[in-house]
Design a protein around this ligand. Structure first.
Ligand code: NIG
Ligand code: FE
Length: 408
């Protein structure tokens, strides 16, 4: 079936591979999609005559963009950590709380003790609200199990949810989030378990597309990470790295060394790390909500963009460092605190985010042949949207050409 969107105030096509500052904006535009793919975009007055008479939707002068992509979340977890929020506000640091047994460890305990049904129901509730904001694709990590069955349980939640609802899920194995308590005195045994059993099993069952690792003091060292990432690459998983979040520890260079698709956080990345990411073509994923909540520095986006590194923007949704799944809020923060322009940020949550999950050839852009993942926002233009923050400006959404929301 062919559908024509007319009277689009501003259409952001977000071409893959374009300079990030240019979101491919077309004013007074039209867009045509046939079944699940975009067929034509351009200025409305140039709409080919062959589309006359097809079903048409009047967009009322609104902004139309590709469905947003949140390329970094920890969607599935047990419990919350509101008590730690208060402790951090009273002056205790994220690292201190973690060292005292809180932080990721406390979420591991709550996730291990939750059933697959409880975890699925909880994640689904969040996912429905996430979709409502205009998100059509979401990367989601394990990493709160840190033992065979609980890690597999998180990945199975993602498989179930992917079948049950419309937001496309891209699962990542993060068994190397922390070393679990029971292995603290024998770290190498946990690393062997990851490399010899869990990574091959996850890859074999196609439960994840990516393998991620947290490289940081208190988590994994660069040399431990080399072992784990080698096993992941060998098993055919693509690579992501949580790098240089709380200190500059060579994480960016490590991500580049392994040809990682993306490196995440990078708040403390230095010049050498930025150069390494540029040479490797690794996407830098900025997580401004984590900086906001931890009252930490922000990723040096301007230095990265000037050096030719692409910068995606994502939420990092998790119960500790970023207890919010509000991607448009993260986008506005990236403008204000990272001096990214609204167009750069929009690219960061569409085509560059697609690149961060190795899907830039099929989603994240509204050009002929791309998926008809389309978001309509009740604003006239991208500048207006990211400056006038609203609880939810999304008033229309399609995933693969199917309506998920239509309020206009
Ligand atoms: O991306 N940095 C490591 N992991 C998560 C935080 C997880 C948590 O606090 O539960 C992050 O910020
Ligand atoms: Fe994260």
């Amino acid at each position: 079936m062919v559908t024509v969107f007319r009277n689009i105030g501003q259409l952001a096509t977000c071409p893959p591979g374009a300079p990030q500052q240019d979101a491919g904006l077309i004013d007074n535009a039209a867009l045509v999609f046939a079944d699940n793919l975009v067929e034509w975009v351009g200025e409305e007055h140039q709409l080919p005559a062959r589309f006359a008479g097809q079903e048409s939707i009047d967009c009322g002068g609104r902004l139309v963009t590709p469905g947003l992509i949140d390329c970094h979340t920890h969607l599935c977890f047990g419990g919350w950590r509101g008590d730690e929020f208060e402790m951090r506000l009273q002056g205790r640091s994220y690292q201190e709380i973690a060292a005292a047994g809180g932080g990721i460890r406390s979420t591991v305990a709550a996730t291990r003790s939750s059933s697959i049904e409880q975890l699925t129901e909880k994640a689904l509730k969040a996912l429905e609200q996430i979709r409502d904001l205009g998100i059509t694709t979401l990367e989601c990590k394990s990493g709160y199990g840190l033992e065979r069955l609980s890690e597999l349980k998180q990945l199975q939640v993602y498989r179930r949810l992917d079948e049950q609802q419309a937001v496309e899920l891209v699962p990542t194995f993060l068994g190397a989030h922390m070393v679990p308590d029971e292995y603290q005195q024998r770290r190498s045994e946990y690393i062997d378990l990851l490399c010899q059993q869990l990574i091959p099993e996850v890859a074999e069952q196609e439960l994840a597309q990516f393998c991620d690792i947290f490289v940081e003091q208190g988590a994994y060292s660069v040399s431990e990470a080399r072992q784990i990432l080698s096993a992941a690459k060998g098993a055919g998983l693509k690579i992501k790295v949580h790098a240089d979040q709380l200190s500059c520890g060579g994480g960016a260079q490590l991500a580049a060394e392994f040809g990682a698709v993306s490196a995440e956080h990078l708040e403390y990345a230095d010049e050498a790390g930025i150069q390494a990411l540029e040479r490797a073509g690794t996407v830098a994923v900025s997580l401004p909500l984590a900086s906001l909540y931890l009252r930490e520095r922000y990723l040096p986006a301007r230095e990265m963009l000037n050096a030719g590194v692409r910068v995606a923007v994502a939420t990092d949704f998790n119960p500790g460092s970023a207890p919010s799944f509000h991607l448009p809020l993260a986008m506005t923060l990236a403008c204000i605190n990272q001096q990214m322009t609204p167009q750069e940020v929009l690219m960061g949550a569409t085509s560059v985010a697609a690149r961060a999950i190795a899907a830039e050839h099929r989603i994240g852009s509204l050009l002929p042949g791309f998926a008809a993942d389309i978001a309509v926002f009740d604003v006239p233009a991208v500048n207006h949207w990211l400056y006038h923050f609203q609880a939810n400006a999304c008033c229309g959404l399609l995933k693969s050409g199917r309506w998920q929301k239509k309020l206009f």
